[in-house]
Design a protein around this ligand. Structure first.
Ligand code: 5GP
Length: 117
């Protein structure tokens, strides 16, 4: 998929509530909602409200936001998945990124395998 720095994605429509989503957490800087196509019994996404297309495009200015995303993912995961969980960020074509609005996947609720395919 080709991405464009200036093009918004459907995640912006979820942030603005134009598109419905199963939102599990929201604050000033981030939003968390269940993935529409879950790959584990629990599979949700944490996204920044300010759009960064992909991890590659982040820099020093995003340091605080990236930290906030990680801590938010941890907080939600720790509450819901006491036996453990996995965080994933897909970046670009080989990473299988399909939505070019940075997001952390949180997966759990069963024994996951490693390494991934
Ligand atoms: P990526 O492959 O870009 O890392 O992950 C994008 C994720 O967004 C996929 O797991 C996909 O199922 C999820 N997704 C795509 N469209 C929607 C949507 O409209 N609503 C929700 N809740 N999840 C979506």
């Amino acid at each position: 998929t080709k991405w464009n720095k200036h093009e918004t994605t459907l995640f912006d429509k979820i942030i603005s509530k134009e598109l419905p989503a199963d939102i599990i957490y929201e604050d000033e800087h981030c939003l968390a909602f269940n993935d529409i196509n879950p790959q584990a019994p629990t599979h949700f996404l944490v996204i920044p409200k300010r759009r960064i297309p992909l991890l590659d495009e982040s820099d020093e200015n995003d340091k605080e936001l990236l930290g906030t995303l990680m801590l938010t993912a941890k907080k939600l995961a720790k509450e819901r998945l006491p036996k453990g969980y996995r965080l994933v960020i897909n970046n670009g074509v080989h990473g299988c990124q399909s939505v070019y609005h940075l997001h952390i996947h949180i997966l759990g609720g069963r024994q996951l395998s490693w390494p991934p395919g």
